[in-house]
Structures are given as C-alpha cells and as structure tokens.
Design a binder for this molecule. Structure first.
Ligand SMILES: [Mg+2]
Length: 212
C-alpha cells in the first residue's frame, strides 16, 4: 500500500455490509419497474434484465450495473431509483456489525472517509443508519451526484476534484472489481477488493504502514 494515502473511498452495498435479502429486494423492485414499463410479468422482467446484463457485459467485457441494464431497456434511472426508495425497507434486513463500526471509527481518525455508491441518497442514508456507520464519512456520493452509475470516468474525476485529492492519495474499496475498482486503478488510485466484511479488517494495517 502506498504511503501517501489520505482518502479512503468505500462502496456501500456488498462492501460495508453483505446481505442477500436486501440485494434480492433491490432486484425485485427493478423487476417490478421493468414489468410495469413493458407490460410483462415479474418473471419475464427478471429474465429480460438478466439477459440484458449478460449481453452488455459480453459486449463491454466488464460487469454491468443493474441500473444500466434497465436503462438499456428504455427505463428511466430516476424512476427506477424512486421505486427502490419507495419499495425497499433496508431496516428489515440489516443490523449493526460492531466490528465494522469500530474499524471505520478507527480509520476515520487517520484518513478522510468517503462513500461512492450506485445506490440513491434515501436508501444509502437508511442503510448507513441501520448498520451504525452514519456520520463517519466526510461526504457520500450517490447516484444523484451525476445520475451516471459507476463505472463512469467523468463522475470519478469530478469526485476526485471535489474531495481535492490526486489519484495517488486515494484508496478505493469495493466488492465488484469492474464496477468499483477498475477505473480508479486505471487512473492511478490504490484499490482494495473485498468479498466479505471480514476482508475489510486488514485495512487496519494501513494505520501502521502509514507510519505517521
Ligand atoms: Mg457493491
């Protein structure tokens, strides 16, 4: 890990918590939206979204975010997110993991912490409250920041400019390499891939390696 890291930029969903039930609820809400839009059933909408994601991913060579697949099928990203915010009760699925809360508090004493998520402001804030990490971040960049989901180079450049950091001063942390990390890595940021909450804990080592 480079010694000049000043800012840690975390993805939220699947990174600072992992919950299959909530992931399922988000997908179901997208299916409902596409079903209404196309006048088809929920199962058919599910297949349509899945096939669209696979087709776009095969074309681009990288994973496709759910919202991009819906937009490809004529969906409106603001409408989609309005549905998420109305349909989904994240509190039903989530609880605090004190290990994550303590880790972030520890890191917040040394680094500037940020969130950069494809989720919307309403759901992100309810999720952060439910898992006990609200208030630990200097800024939360949500889909409303640009209405262009990650990965998006222009939005990423705007975020780096907004936080006033060079790529070499940032470490990006996320659970999907193509969505969260590939572009920051290409721009010269440090990146850290996690597949579970447990895989976050080695970030503590940053405190010692920084040696300040
Ligand atoms: Mg994620």
């Amino acid at each position: 890990m480079q010694g000049d890291i000043k800012s840690l930029v975390f993805d939220l969903d699947g990174t600072l918590y992992v919950n299959n039930g909530l992931g399922f609820a988000i997908n179901l809400s997208a299916c409902r939206y596409m079903a209404d839009l196309k006048g088809i059933g929920i199962d058919e909408a599910n297949m349509l979204i899945k096939e669209t994601r696979e087709r776009l991913s095969a074309k681009s060579g990288i994973d496709t975010p759910l919202s991009l697949a819906c937009m490809e099928q004529g969906g409106d990203i603001k409408e989609l997110h309005r549905g998420f915010a109305e349909d989904i009760q994240p509190e039903r699925f989530l609880s605090r993991d004190e290990r994550v809360v303590d880790l972030l508090k520890f890191l917040a004493g040394k680094f500037e912490l940020y969130i950069y998520t494809n989720n919307n402001r309403s759901l992100s804030s309810r999720i952060m409250n439910a898992i006990g990490i609200a208030g630990l971040f200097r800024q939360v960049f949500t889909i409303e920041t640009s209405w262009r989901p990650k990965p998006d180079r222009v939005t990423l450049e705007e975020i780096l400019s907004e936080i006033g950091r060079k790529p070499s001063e940032c470490l990006f942390v996320g659970d999907r390499y193509d969505i969260d990390l590939r572009l920051p890595a290409e721009m010269g940021c440090a990146v850290f891939l996690v597949n579970s909450v447990e895989e976050l804990f080695p970030l503590c080592k940053l405190m010692n390696e920084e040696n300040l």
